[in-house]
Design a protein around this ligand. Sequence first.
Ligand SMILES: CC(C)(COP(=O)(O)OP(=O)(O)OC[C@H]1O[C@@H](n2cnc3c(N)ncnc32)[C@H](O)[C@@H]1OP(=O)(O)O)[C@@H](O)C(=O)NCCC(=O)NCCS
Length: 175
Amino acid sequence: MLLEGELVRLRALEPEDADEIHTWMHDPEVGRWMNNGYPRSRAQIRKRCEERPVNTYELVVLGIETGGKLIGIVDLRDARPEVGNAELDIYIGDAEYRNGGGYGTDALRVMCRYGFDLMRLHMITLWVVAENERARHVYRKVGFSEDGRHREAFVAADGKRHDMILMSMLKGELE
Ligand SMILES: CC(C)(COP(=O)(O)OP(=O)(O)OC[C@H]1O[C@@H](n2cnc3c(N)ncnc32)[C@H](O)[C@@H]1OP(=O)(O)O)[C@@H](O)C(=O)NCCC(=O)NCCS
């Protein structure tokens, strides 16, 4: 199944994507406001890509592609049918395509449309570090609202704590 936006298309990840993903995970700009866990080797990421389970309602992980090039990843996870909600994560790993090209905005719209229309979600939520102004701007732009603040919930690589903002979008609010 092909998920097309104006600038990007979303597709399942392939084992061959591992090298790209490994490079992005070591980009401080990507890691700055995201919790990527403990460092992983190229071989470990490749193994994870090879063994990745098929996408399901509970976890949909998709590569963001433009012009045949993988530039980032977006996912919807922990979907609960009883409530009809799921949590979203996104990053544009390729620096050339980050900030201003509209790729993240477009990918968000495609993923949210998929969540609302095909997965029949009622609500999509996400957490963003308060200082991540660019991400907050993009989330607001596509229709997310800010619900609340989790104080000092994010620990950056330098050990400093930051507040996190909970955002949500209801079905019908996608712009
Ligand atoms: C957040 C992210 C996904 C957005 O995708 P993107 O492709 O870079 O964003 P776009 O090009 O679609 O849009 C960027 C917008 O942010 C705006 N922006 C940039 N810096 C900003 C800042 N400091 N404050 C407010 N807005 C800012 C731009 O003006 C643009 O808005 P506009 O289109 O209304 O003019 C991407 O920057 C990214 O992956 N960042 C690193 C990882 C990350 O932070 N992920 C999110 C974790 S919650």
